[in-house]
Unconditional design. Structure first.
Length: 70
């Protein structure tokens, strides 16, 4: 399950059938090759802390988590 929070732009995809939902879930990594996120901050952060790089992964229960493993 994904969510789109208030004050966030993005695209929501809804499947009309269970079959379509399963195809989207199982083929998502082939359809979405790259995702980028931009953060806007107030002030000037320490340059050593300006960039966070990680990968998002999903477990068998479709829970998304951050990892260093590509």
């Amino acid at each position: 399950m994904h969510r789109l929070d208030r004050d966030t732009s993005g695209l929501m995809v809804f499947a009309k059938t269970v079959e379509a939902k399963e195809k989207l879930q199982h083929n998502w990594n082939n359809m979405v090759l790259e995702s980028k996120y931009l953060a806007v901050v107030e002030g000037r952060p320490d340059p050593s802390e300006c960039e966070v790089r990680s990968y998002l992964a999903e477990n068998s229960r479709y829970e998304v988590y951050s990892t260093d493993n590509p």
